[in-house]
Ligand binder design. Structure first.
Ligand SMILES: Cc1cc2nc3c(=O)[nH]c(=O)nc-3n(C[C@H](O)[C@H](O)[C@H](O)COP(=O)(O)OP(=O)(O)OC[C@H]3O[C@@H](n4cnc5c(N)ncnc54)[C@H](O)[C@@H]3O)c2cc1C
Length: 471
């Protein structure tokens, strides 16, 4: 296929070209919808484009419209640059609430927002839906299938995916949670296990179906276990005739000595007690050694189960491969103190896909606030450069704190200066998540759904979709 060079028309308000048409949807312009005359086939650019070159504003390409990428785009809204945000999906996903989709508490649309809608009012931003497959550093071009997107400054924010510590063969039996499709698949697996148990006559198999194992005791694992326990003990409790969902076993397995290792020990212990109160079992200090269709090995113990969920490890996106760059053990690109790629001051790598270090040399955690701060920082460096201002100094990370919920009316919050547990922590957790959700509609519907669940103990999204019994 002939590569298509995406050429930006924004900023072509040079008096030399007063007749240059401004597209109707010039705000957050749809690249695919542009007329053919508005894109050029490489390598020869139209004469008018060559003449425009000196007048064209610096092109900033941001790959990934997650927390880091969107934060960078937003921080560049007043900068004298043109921004192209490239993402393989058409929506931004609020990953911290994915587990609620996986456990039938929320529906996918409540935690996702269309990227074009988010950037609609940002006049210097264009959205391109395309999967990036490589970067030509010498030509300063992003490769996305047959499209080539030129850049002056590049911000790479393509996040992470789950990793199985060298045991990729476990993935079919222990799906991880990273995408909407993962969440709906996990929801299907959980709900189908109850449906099958209802008609199962073999007691051993019924028990296997009603045993759920979650591997990984970080915030995601803790939140999934709490939510499955609630689903089984309250929402589903009276909906079946042959089984009692309250008898379901929900087991959290953590290889390290305690769950929530990034929290203070007292809060980890409180979280463990909270899970046990919900009827879950917590196994710490023993790694999983095998995962199969019908069991999990935790050390020497064999746990019979049909549903295993993975919340244990992540690996960065293939950004290091695209860049031919050095990476750490988790595949994250090693970056300079200003988050640029060594030898390439025009390329920034941020968020989960970068091994970012704070000014004190500490590794910056792979969490949403860190990605957002890195995005805003990269935008500040670019703005300083194009405006000829002083370099803002190396990236400084400000850690706001850790939050994790343990089911209904229970959470732990560790802000350093403030530590909360139980009901007050749960309210704070809820408000924080609603506040940071993108989109007014999402905030309202999530708040209403949570309020409804709070009053009725019901979970509104108990749909088995995709790969169900009819497929
Ligand atoms: C289940 C779960 C729960 C979490 N809970 C919390 C929490 O409670 N609190 C917290 O702070 N953090 C939480 N995190 C971590 C947080 O979501 C991440 O740290 C954050 O999303 C990182 O932001 P990012 O911009 O680096 O990447 P992401 O937000 O992952 O965004 C990456 C973007 O890049 C796009 N992309 C990837 N590859 C390509 C490609 N080849 N071409 C084009 N586009 C591409 C993706 O579509 C995506 O939009 C959680 C993560 C998960 C998975």
């Amino acid at each position: 296929m002939i590569p298509v060079l995406i050429q930006r028309r924004r900023g072509t308000t040079s008096p030399a070209h007063p007749a240059t048409p401004r597209m109707r949807n010039d705000t957050a312009t749809t690249v695919e919808n542009k007329s053919k005359a508005d894109t050029a086939i490489a390598p020869a650019a139209p004469v008018r484009d060559q003449a425009d070159a000196s007048a064209r504003r610096p092109q900033v390409v941001i790959i990934g419209a997650g927390f880091g990428g969107l934060s960078a785009a937003h921080a560049l809204r007043h900068a004298p640059v043109d921004v192209t945000v490239v993402d393989k999906r058409n929506y931004h996903l609020f990953q911290p609430l994915l587990y609620q989709v996986a456990t039938a508490g929320l529906s996918p649309a409540q935690i996702a927002s269309p990227i074009r809608g988010i950037l609609r009012k940002q006049r210097n931003a264009t959205v391109l839906m395309a999967k990036v497959t490589g970067i030509d550093k010498a030509a300063k071009v992003v490769l996305a299938g047959d499209q080539r997107v030129p850049y002056d400054h590049l911000i790479l924010a393509t996040g992470a995916r789950h990793a199985y510590f060298g045991h990729d063969e476990w993935e079919p039996f222990a799906p991880g949670l990273k995408k909407i499709e993962d969440a709906t698949d996990i929801r299907r697996r959980i709900l189908i296990a109850f449906e099958k148990a209802e008609t199962e006559t073999n007691p051993a198999e019924r028990e296997r179906l009603l045993t759920f194992v979650v591997i990984g005791g970080g915030p995601t694992g803790v939140e999934i276990v709490g939510a499955i326990a609630e689903l089984a003990k309250t929402a589903l409790a009276r909906d079946f005739r042959n089984i009692d969902p309250r008898l379901a076993r929900i087991i959290l397995v953590e290889a390290g000595p305690r769950i929530l290792p990034t929290f203070r020990e007292s809060l980890s212990a409180a979280a463990e007690r909270g899970l046990v109160r919900l009827g879950a079992e917590v196994r710490t200090g023993t790694p999983v050694t095998a995962v199969a269709d019908d069991h999990v090995m935790v050390g020497a113990e064999r746990i019979e189960t049909r549903t295993v969920l993975w919340a244990a490890g992540v690996a960065a996106s293939p950004a290091a491969k695209w860049l031919g760059a050095a990476k750490d053990k988790a595949g994250r690109v090693i970056v300079n103190a200003d988050l640029t790629l060594p030898g390439h001051p025009e390329i920034f790598v941020i968020g989960d896909t970068a091994a970012m270090k704070d000014t004190n040399g500490q590794q910056v955690p792979g969490i949403a606030p860190a990605a957002k701060q890195a995005g805003a920082y990269a935008a500040a460096v670019i703005t300083a450069r194009v405006k000829g201002r002083d370099f803002p100094g190396p990236f400084r990370y400000r850690h706001a704190g850790n939050l994790a919920t343990i089911g209904r009316k229970s959470a732990v919050v560790d802000f350093g200066w403030l530590r909360l547990r139980g009901n007050p922590a749960w309210w704070l957790w809820g408000f924080a998540h609603i506040f940071f959700l993108i989109g007014f509609r999402n905030r309202i519907t999530v708040a209403l759904d949570w309020f409804w669940s709070y009053l009725t103990f019901q979970r509104g999204s108990r749909l088995i979709t995709g790969g169900g019994p009819d497929d």
